[in-house]
Design a protein around this ligand. Structure first.
Ligand SMILES: [Fe+2]
Length: 361
C-alpha cells in the first residue's frame, strides 16, 4: 500500500476519491486499487479504435423465415449475433461452425431439435451443440442473442467454493424428450461451415430420432432459475455470476438481486479498464442500475484497455437511494479473451454519442 488508500477493496474509500481496479485475468488475477481524484472515464474525447459502443439491436429489422444470425461482434473464438425469427422456417439449420448459445430476448415458440423439442420463452438460455439439426419454430416474433463458440464447447462453470448447486442447480437444466417425425416429403437442412451454407435435401423428416443417450444434448435454463450470489458488505465482481464458459470467453447473468446494505461499501461497479478481456453486456429487462441511457435490447461493448464504470448520473442515483434496495435487472455479460471486432451491421446500430455518456451532465 502506498499513499491514501482503503485496506478493503470497494469499501471505505478515502474522502474525495473514486476507486479503480487495475487487474489482470478478468477479476481473478493480480490487481491493485487506485484511488483517484477523478473518474477515469471523464475524458474529453477518444480517438482511435478503442471506443466504447452501445448498439441498439431493436433497430435491426425483424427478418423473415429465411433469416440467419446477423453477426455484430466477432473474433477467432466467438461470434455475437442477433437472430430474429418471425415464424417457423421451412428448412432446418445445422451450425457446424460452433456450439450455439441462444438467449431469448423476445418471443415464444419451440426449439425443434433432433433430440426433441424445447419450448422457449423470454429469459431462456438455449444451448445447441455444434452440428445439431434444429429450427427455431417461432409462434411469436422472436429476437435472440446468439453466441457461437467457434473453438470448442460451451459448458457450465466450476462453482468452486460456492459448491455444485450454487447459481443454479444442475437439476433445473432441461433437456429434450425425443419427438420423432416419420414423414415423407422434401426436407431441407442448411449446414453452416466456415461461414458458407451447404444445403442437404432428404426425402424424410430429419427429426426422426426415437431415442438418445449420452452427455451431449441441447439444453434450456431460464434466468428465473438463476440464483445470484451477493454480499451485504462487499460488491462482488461480475465473474461471481458466471453462467457458461467456452474457449476464449465466459458468459455471466446479472439477475435481480439485493444491493449492498453496509453504508460504507460501493453499490455501483468500480471503474476498470478490463485489460485482459473485451466486455459485452446485453440488456434484456428491467432498470439497469449502473447505466443511464440504456434501454432493453441494447448491447454495450467495452474494449480492453479503455476504462468504463458507472456514469455520473448512476453514481448520483445510487448515492441518493442510500444503502440497500435492489438491482432489478436482467442482463447477459460476455467477456472475450481476444479482441472483438465490430461488424458493419454492428457499426450501423451504434450510438455515436455513447463515448461521451460519462461526461458530467
Ligand atoms: Fe466491466
Amino acid at each position: 500500500m502506498r499513499g491514501r488508500t482503503s485496506r478493503q477493496a470497494h469499501a471505505d474509500l478515502p474522502e474525495g476519491t473514486v476507486e479503480e481496479e487495475h487487474g489482470r485475468e478478468g477479476f481473478a488475477g493480480p490487481a491493485s486499487h487506485l484511488y483517484r481524484l477523478h473518474p477515469p472515464t471523464g475524458w474529453d474525447e477518444v480517438d482511435g479504435p478503442l471506443r466504447p459502443h452501445a448498439l441498439d439491436t431493436g433497430r435491426l429489422p425483424m427478418e423473415g423465415p429465411e433469416a440467419l444470425p446477423v453477426a455484430l461482434l466477432v473474433n477467432e473464438d466467438l461470434r455475437v449475433s442477433q437472430w430474429s425469427v418471425s415464424e417457423a422456417p421451412a428448412w432446418f439449420f445445422r451450425d457446424a461452425d460452433g456450439d450455439l448459445l441462444l438467449f431469448v430476448h423476445r418471443g415464444e415458440g419451440v426449439l425443434e431439435t433432433e433430440y426433441g423439442p424445447l419450448r422457449y420463452r423470454p429469459g431462456d438460455y438455449l444451448v445447441v451443440p455444434r452440428g445439431t439439426t434444429h429450427r427455431v419454430a417461432a409462434t411469436a416474433a422472436t429476437r435472440l442473442l446468439a453466441v457461437e463458440a467457434l473453438g470448442g464447447s460451451i459448458g457450465l462453470p466450476d462453482r468452486g467454493l460456492l459448491g455444485r448447486h450454487a447459481l443454479f442447480d444442475p437439476a433445473v437444466v432441461e433437456v429434450p424428450e425425443p419427438d420423432p417425425h416419420d414423414e415423407a416429403g422434401t426436407f431441407e437442412v442448411r449446414v453452416l461451415r466456415a461461414g458458407a451454407i451447404t444445403t442437404v435435401r432428404y426425402p424424410f423428416h430429419p427429426l426422426d430420432v426415437v431415442g438418445w443417450k449420452g452427455d451431449l444434448a441441447p439444453l434450456r435454463v431460464n434466468v428465473d432459475d438463476f440464483r445470484p450470489v451477493t454480499s451485504p458488505r462487499y460488491h462482488l465482481p461480475p465473474s461471481a455470476h458466471t453462467t457458461f464458459v467456452g474457449p476464449g470467453f465466459v458468459v455471466a447473468t446479472f439477475a435481480p438481486r439485493p444491493l449492498e446494505t453496509d453504508p460504507a461499501v460501493l453499490r455501483v461497479p468500480f471503474y476498470h479498464r478490463n485489460i485482459d478481456v473485451d466486455e459485452v453486456i446485453f440488456y434484456h429487462r428491467g432498470e439497469f442500475f449502473s447505466r443511464v441511457g440504456i434501454e432493453e435490447g441494447m448491447l454495450t461493448f467495452h474494449p480492453a484497455g479503455i476504462h468504463h464504470g458507472p456514469q455520473p448520473q448512476a453514481v448520483e442515483r445510487s448515492r441518493a437511494a442510500g444503502p440497500g434496495g435492489r438491482a432489478d435487472e436482467v442482463a447477459v455479460n460476455i467477456d472475450a479473451r481476444r479482441p472483438l471486432r465490430l461488424t458493419a451491421a454492428g457499426e450501423a446500430i451504434s450510438d455515436p454519442d455513447y463515448v461521451r455518456s460519462w461526461r458530467q451532465p
